[in-house]
Design a protein around this ligand. Structure first.
Ligand code: ATP
Ligand code: MG
Length: 585
């Protein structure tokens, strides 16, 4: 059965802001129903008057009234359709932005577990299939139910036998249709699930085109694409078959109902209970039950398509972020201290199940304005520390404090604004360099951007761009070299003016000129800020005040760089003598 309760909540939540329009729609629909019931009465009068051989002067007013009412009814019907669509789309747009907002606020663990295509299908595809659900699905069901009851009452007024006969038949027909509906619902669910899976797959493949092509995996991907379609097609055929069976059953039922009324009408006319006008009226009303029955059936069908979507949308909305609820302590200006207090961390998948522990009991305290070089083998947890500082994840145990404030005591946005991070692979957007630098914030004036570039001594880089700030980049690596992308990312952060800068250095090697540019830019970037530099080259850690070395998620050394150099037993001095690449790679 349809879980009316939960649907009703979703419905009322999103229709409440449009109460007035919904009420107007109800009024208009009542008008449409009233006029629909009224008009056949005029036909009956017309026929009976004509049979009695009255002159045309009596018939003309009836005919004119009939036409006026018919036109009015159509006008109201158009208006009601317009209103219903308007309500439906307003509600779905609201829902769409709510889900988007909700999803964005979920933690990184959730996002890693979902492919972009799947989320698009959820936020756009599923919600679109809900538009009719909101566009007065319930209202239409109620209105058409009312119309059918109205028709039955009108029929009973002509003859209670006919009224009763048609009522019983209608109930039976409804029962049959509802039964069929229940069989078909799971079939649609399967179709929607496979379609989401397919789009998820396509999104993933498109994103990885370069790797897939380079590794010759294209045939394999094609094969999987085929497999998905081989699953999708029969499911779709089955679902539409379900629809077809409902449709044809409906036609057969309609034929039976007309037969019933013809027989009853002929009999009642024969014994003189009904006039010829009444027989026509009965026939006409019975025929009229077909449209509302169709409508109800269509609505139920839409609901069966929508119910899977509703379930998934509700599930998504119910998904709670793994991040702790945030407080609203203001975050101070200027350089911020960074403190890890006995932090344990494991990545969790989308459902919150923990995997292997990545950080063990990590504690360190960085004073504001200090620059720390973070070293460690690949996989030792360096980038993970950076992600905890930007609060993409929450530690399972212990706490991270910035500027003396535990991260969850302040608003996520406030903290992220104060932390600038350059990741190992800089994400660029298919947009101008300007938009890439400002993250599409059009209020940042060009002078400010140029000034930032100048302060980072990157004027040469700017001059090398063919169209200056208007140069359009491609997505992904953006047609820039890794070094150039880093420079762009530095400028991005410089514009943000954060109190903490986290540089997760790309492990790729750069040409000496770019490297020199980067070195200078980093110096400027770190002026008067707390810096955490995740370094793969010794050259990069030369500027660090302190050195922190991680091994398998544990801090194995933390101290002043100069002091560590002076101590021949320190890991850092061993690194310096053996060469970092040999030890860390
Ligand atoms: P590198 O020098 O290669 O950048 P790293 O020190 O930055 O390495 P991390 O990225 O912090 O290493 O990874 C630490 C551990 O966490 C690794 O074992 C890695 O497999 C795991 N890990 C990293 N990201 C995720 C993720 N999103 N989900 C699950 N496990 C992850
Ligand atoms: Mg890393």
């Amino acid at each position: 059965m349809i879980p009316v309760g939960s649907y009703f909540r979703l419905l009322t939540d999103y229709l409440r802001p449009q109460r007035a329009k919904v009420a107007l729609l109800a009024v208009v629909l009542t008008g449409v129903i009233g006029l629909q019931l009224l008009n056949p009465q005029l036909i009956k009068q017309f026929i009976d008057a004509a049979v009695e051989d009255s002159d045309a002067s009596q018939l003309i007013p009836i005919a004119v009234a009939f036409i006026v009412i018919a036109i009015a009814q159509q006008a109201l019907a158009i208006w009601s359709t317009y209103l219903a669509e308007d309500i439906g789309w307003t509600a779905t747009n609201l829902l769409r932005s709510d889900i988007t907002e909700h999803t964005i606020r979920l933690d990184m663990g959730f996002h890693k577990g979902k492919s972009p295509g799947e989320l698009i299908e959820r936020i756009d595809g599923d919600v679109t299939s809900l538009s009719n659900f909101f566009s007065a699905m319930m209202i239409k069901v109620v209105a058409n139910g009312a119309l059918i009851i109205g028709i039955l009452v009108m029929l009973a007024r002509e003859s209670w036998i006919v009224g009763l006969g048609v009522a019983v038949f209608t109930l039976l027909a409804m029962a049959v249709m509802t039964g069929l509906h229940q069989v078909a619902v799971p079939w649609w669910k399967a179709v929607r699930a496979t379609s989401a899976e397919t789009y998820g797959f396509v999104g993933e493949v498109v994103e990885g085109t370069e790797d897939i092509t380079a590794n010759g995996a294209a045939p394999y991907m094609n094969e999987r694409f085929d497999d998905l379609h081989r699953k999708w097609l029969p499911q779709t055929v089955r679902a539409w078959m379900g629809w077809g069976i409902m449709w044809s059953t409906n036609i057969v039922l309609y034929g039976l109902s007309l037969t019933l009324v013809f027989a009853l009408g002929a009999w009642l006319f024969g014994i003189g209970t009904l006039t010829i006008g009444s027989v026509y009226l009965v026939f006409h009303y019975t025929e009229m039950t077909r449209y509302p029955m169709d409508q109800i059936r269509n609505q139920l069908e839409d609901l069966q398509k929508a119910s899977a979507a509703i379930d998934r949308v509700s599930e998504l909305l119910a998904k709670r972020t793994q991040l702790k609820p945030e407080g609203d302590t203001p975050v101070p200006d200027g350089p911020l201290s960074v403190k890890f207090d006995r932090v344990d961390f494991a990545y969790t998948d989308g459902d919150g199940d923990s995997q292997e522990i990545v950080l063990h009991d990590v504690s360190f305290d960085i004073a504001p304005g200090r620059i720390v070089g973070l070293l460690g083998r690949t996989g030792s947890g360096k980038s993970t520390i950076a992600r905890l500082i930007t609060r993409l994840y929450e530690p399972q145990r212990g706490a991270v404090s910035l500027g003396g404030i535990v991260t969850w005591d302040a608003r996520v946005e406030d903290f992220r604004r104060r932390v600038g991070m350059v990741t190992q692979d800089v994400q660029l957007f298919r947009a101008s360099v300007r938009d890439n630098l400002t993250f599409f914030d059009a209020t940042v004036p060009d002078e400010q951007i140029v000034e930032a570039i100048h302060r980072l001594e990157l004027d040469g880089w700017l001059a090398s761009l063919p169209d200056g700030l208007d140069t359009v980049l491609e997505t992904g690596s953006g047609g820039l070299s890794a070094g150039q992308a880093q420079l762009l990312a530095f400028t991005r952060i410089f514009l943000e003016d954060p109190g903490i800068v986290v540089l997760d250095e790309a492990s790729s090697r750069l040409d000496p000129t770019t490297e020199a540019l980067i070195e200078r830019a980093v110096d400027h970037l770190l002026e008067d800020r707390t810096g955490i530099i995740i370094a793969h080259r010794l050259g990069t850690v030369i500027r660090a005040d302190d050195i922190l070395i991680l091994e398998d998620g544990r801090v194995v050394e933390y101290g002043e760089r100069i002091a560590l150099i002076g101590d021949p037993n320190s890991r850092f001095s061993q690194l310096l003598t053996t060469g970092m690449e040999e030890v860390l790679a």
